[in-house]
Design a protein around this ligand. Structure first.
Ligand code: HEC
Length: 117
């Protein structure tokens, strides 16, 4: 009976550890992705000037990032960012952004916001 309790406790503990590790990994990717938002816009939707990352094809995303990382693709800033990421992180980021929806651009401000002209 004692053995059964011990193995139950162990199974429970292992399950908890596995789900904790998984949750931790997706939190790390969300944190990494947040650093991209400064230029690529909130949740992958660019506000202009940089490409939108939301809904980008995974293979294309990985090819571009690996190109920036190796220097085979010319870039102004992306080589710095890509070089700091492992291949696993690039793959995880590709999945993260591919799953994000493209949002409709914010509506243009109404005339009344602009004041009398
Ligand atoms: C300082 C601003 C800046 C930050 C931060 C930044 N990017 Fe970029 N990104 C750019 C610019 C600018 C380009 C266009 C290529 C270039 O000139 O470097 C680009 C291009 C890309 C492209 C190619 C898109 C396409 O359609 O060709 C991908 C993919 C990308 N960035 C992913 C990321 C990821 C992932 C992060 C976060 C880890 C990130 N970027 C952080 C500015 C930034």
């Amino acid at each position: 009976m004692k053995r059964l309790h011990l193995s139950l406790a162990l199974t429970c503990c292992l399950q908890w550890a596995a789900s904790y590790a998984q949750e931790n990994a997706s939190q790390t990717i969300a944190t990494l992705a947040a650093s991209c938002a400064a230029c690529h816009g909130p949740i992958g939707n660019s506000l202009g000037g940089t490409p939108t990352l939301a809904a980008l094809n995974k293979t294309y995303f990985i090819q571009r990032m690996q190109g920036f990382k190796s220097g085979s693709l010319p870039s102004t800033v992306m080589h710095h960012h890509a070089k700091g990421l492992t291949d696993d992180e690039i793959t995880a980021l590709a999945g993260y952004f591919a799953a994000l929806p493209i949002r409709a651009p914010a509506p243009a401000p109404q005339q009344s916001f602009l004041g009398e002209q």
